[in-house]
Design a binder for this molecule. Structure first.
Ligand code: SAM
Length: 782
């Protein structure tokens, strides 16, 4: 899908929603509607059978599937008893039925396409309509699960519905329920139903007459098969039959733990512990589940108490000991002391991406800013370059799926671009997370959502309500959920993940495949404003984000991060990525580029493109590139000249290839590397390029060879590797003093960005260091 396709899809939607004349919904016979609903169901059953399992995907041909992101849709904020009921035939297409609700019941077996569940419903007079419900928690649910959640006869109320029409030739009406809070699952005794009379007899509900024990068995089956949401629904239905059945509550706590509804899990375990006659084993399980939930909420002292309680009940329970030491580690971490090597190794586990680490907030706080949203992050005290500022677990994260699996992409109306699967998946994950953790909603809703939403409150996080709700039944969403707001929040705040276990260094290919980059949404990190030459820098261990200062910052000064995920060599590439955030970036780098002029920048961008697209040996000579690119930078601007970094790096590589045993040619190559480093923003204090055999042992430590009150933030991994190259070249010329100094510089720069000391350095640059085993000696010294 191209940007122009996204634009035209948006204008089509605008046209439909904003047409002024009322549009009658076409009348279709009950039988015909039932037939088309049955066909949808049959298609899903067929796909399920073809995939050989209960969890078969409902695949629609080979085309990529797109969902529209960022179209402002209504969500209801009024209370159900205040609504007037409306019948299907009295509704009009593309009209918001304010203050009305459709009371209906399910008359067809549900089907699913991605996360959209389709059910047929009838109203009192017997008219039938299709309802499409966006239900991310069921995005992989098989028919069996859908039948449990939407059995025939399920009573529903749709708050303030809008009827849409499918495309020609035969436009069929349907209601799209975008926000889960717009659909209310009704009990037969609900007062809303008092005035509803049904023209047709109720379809027979396959679960009528089920007991709490039946639901427990069903729930356990779903749990074992990995249908955790359905198991929580089954346990809840069992509890409706017998509210005193505490085993159901205990099992539901296990399901809530897996669904990451931690407050709900704690509430269920508390209710179990308050019940009479709970056996020892069940009490143990309740404490264990509650402690795990507290742990996942980052309340490590409470978790520790809970695990100790487990030990006092059952000293023989060995599994719990590991949790006690994990709590102790997390408590240590929440004071800023981390075992980075452990985290690095956990991040290496293929496919998991999960790293266990506590959150840590260093010397930073939310302050006022003139940027969009009005807030930013400021230093609370003087901060030194490399200081640890923040470690944050995500609210939600998404890693690229297996290449063979097909997934929905997002046609994003806000950016005008396609969101890759991980970025798009964040929205669904966020909806599910908030439905399960209603107390989080107001905090997330206080993130910046772009200029079309009201400005967020100045304080973050906002003060919590004294009676913050928690989930009791997974089908009863506790707050009015503005899905459009959440889509905007994800678009404006999600980060691409910078995986610490990978380094990017080739000067010709510092680029990334945006569609496949993993993504995550965080709370406090979302408050950082952008600069292309930021004062803070970040990395990810799995999805745990670690932010460090990239320069010395005075108390009260704003700290910024760079939002750029790509190389961002010229104002053009940066503008393309930043367009959604700001009309014009006012950082010194963009100012300098603007000062040079658009023509000069486009010459740079073109040379860069040709350089990166051409095969190494056929490439223009370094001299040709230099002649074109160098004059595009005004002599008066600073040394940071990203495109020149590529040129000097390329030139240095060629010179080294041809240097042979000639020290003069090696010296010339070293000068070229210095220039590359300077072009990346490194200030080199000592540009000695000649070689003097020297020893490291017994030498006093030299002054730092680069400036260390501020670290470059452009192509830093390449800079570290260039410093390693210098160390290697000096080492090979037996100038161990200079080799050691460049090794120190590489180690310092890496420490500023990633931290973690010598071990992480050796792990990240293992390949570069293994080719130069002697250099390991310098690392040890550092
Ligand atoms: C992730 S939010 C940053 C926090 C935000 N200022 C707040 O109050 O929540 C990103 C938004 O901040 C604003 N912003 C960040 N950096 C900016 C900059 N350098 N120039 C202009 N606006 C900026 C833009 O509106 C952007 O979409």
């Amino acid at each position: 899908m191209f940007p122009q396709d996204i634009k035209s899809a948006k204008s089509k939607l605008d046209e439909e929603y904003h047409r002024t004349e009322p549009q009658q919904i076409p009348h279709v016979r009950r039988k015909t509607r039932m037939r088309s609903l049955a066909l949808l169901r049959a298609a899903m059953e067929e796909a399920e059978a073809a995939s050989g399992g209960a969890s078969g995907q409902h695949v629609d041909g080979d085309k990529d599937q797109y969902a529209f992101v960022g179209y402002k849709r209504h969500f209801s904020q009024n209370k159900l008893p205040e609504f007037e009921q409306i019948e299907i035939l009295k509704m009009q297409a593309y009209r918001l039925h304010t203050g009305r609700c459709l009371v209906c019941r399910v008359v067809s077996q549900p089907s699913r396409k991605g996360d959209k569940i389709t059910v047929g419903v009838e109203d009192g007079p017997g008219s039938i309509l299709m309802i499409n419900i966006r239900f991310p928690a069921l995005s992989e649910a098989p028919t069996m699960v859908l039948d449990t959640i939407f059995p025939l006869g399920t009573l529903l109320a749709i708050r303030e519905p809008i009827v849409e029409l499918t495309g020609p030739p035969s436009p069929n009406p349907f209601i799209l329920v975008n926000s889960l809070s717009d659909i209310v699952f009704l009990e037969p005794t609900d007062p809303v139903l008092l005035h509803t009379t049904w023209e047709h007899p109720a379809p027979s509900n396959p679960f009528a007459g089920q007991t709490a024990t039946d639901w427990q068995t069903r729930g356990n089956g779903y749990f074992t098969d990995g249908h955790i949401f359905a198991s929580a629904v089954a346990y809840s239905k069992g509890l409706e039959c017998d509210p005193a059945a505490y085993i159901l509550r205990l099992n539901r706590a296990a399901a809530y733990l897996r669904l990451e509804c931690f407050e709900a899990a704690i509430a269920d375990t508390a209710a179990v512990l308050a019940s009479a006659g709970v056996a020892r084993n069940e009490r143990l399980k309740a404490h264990y589940r509650a402690a795990q939930a507290q742990y996942r909420l980052g309340r490590y002292y409470l978790a520790l108490d809970g695990f100790k309680q487990c030990i006092s009940i059952a000293p023989e329970f060995v599994g719990v000991k590991g949790w006690v030491s994990r709590c102790a580690e997390r408590i240590q971490e929440s004071m800023g002391s981390y075992n980075w090597v452990r985290m690095y190794k956990e991040a290496l586990v293929p496919g998991s991406g999960l790293v266990d680490a506590a959150d840590f907030v260093g010397p930073i706080k939310v302050g006022k800013s003139s940027r969009g949203g009005g807030r930013g992050i400021v230093a609370m005290r003087n901060v030194k370059v490399g200081d640890l500022l923040l470690v944050a677990n995500p609210l939600v994260s998404a890693f690229p799926p297996e290449p063979t699996t097909k997934h929905e992409l997002g046609a994003n109306f806000i950016t005008g671009h396609v969101d890759g699967w991980p970025r798009h998946a964040l929205i669904s994950k966020l909806i599910t997370k908030l439905a399960g953790n209603p107390a989080l909603y107001d905090t997330v809703a206080a993130l910046y959502a772009g200029p079309t939403f009201p400005a967020p409150p100045p304080e973050f996080p906002p003060a919590t309500q004294p009676d913050t709700p928690y989930l009791s039944n997974p089908l009863h969403v506790k707050m009015d959920m503005d899905v459009s707001l959440l889509e905007h929040i994800c678009t404006y705040n999600a980060f691409y993940l910078k995986n610490v276990t990978r380094t990017t260094s080739a000067c010709r290919t510092i680029s990334r495949d945006f569609l496949k980059l993993p993504a995550a949404l965080y709370l406090l990190p979302s408050l950082f404003n952008h600069s292309c030459v930021p004062s803070a820098t970040w990395h990810h261990f799995g999805d745990v984000m670690v932010v460090r200062a990239a320069k010395d910052v005075a108390a009260g000064e704003e700290l910024t991060l760079s939002y750029i995920a790509g190389p961002g060599d010229t104002i053009f590439s940066r503008e393309a990525e930043l367009k959604v955030h700001m009309a014009e970036c006012d950082c010194p780098l963009c100012d300098a580029d603007r000062g040079d002029g658009r023509m000069q920048c486009s010459t740079r961008a073109m040379s860069d493109l040709i350089f990166r697209r051409t095969d190494y040996r056929d490439c223009n000579t370094p001299e040709e590139i230099r002649v074109k690119v160098e004059p595009t930078y005004a002599a008066s601007r600073g040394t940071l000249r990203p495109t020149m970094l590529r040129y000097h790096h390329y030139a240095a590589e060629l010179m080294m290839l041809e240097a042979g045993f000639d020290p003069a040619r090696w010296s010339a190559a070293v000068v070229e590397v210095f220039k590359a480093l300077e072009a990346a923003g490194v200030v080199v204090n000592d540009k000695t390029a000649s070689f003097r055999p020297s020893d490291l042992e017994g030498q006093p430590r030299d002054a730092f060879i680069i400036r260390t009150d501020s670290a470059p933030t452009y192509a830093t991994e390449l800079c570290v590797k260039l410093m390693l190259v210098l160390a290697n070249v000096f080492h090979c010329h037996r100038d161990r003093r200079m080799a050691g100094r460049w090794m120190d510089a590489a180690f310092w720069l890496e420490g500023v960005h990633v931290g973690g000391g010598r071990e992480i350095f050796c792990l990240r640059y293992a390949k570069a260091l293994s080719m130069r085993p002697l250099l390991a000696a310098y690392v040890r010294r550092a």
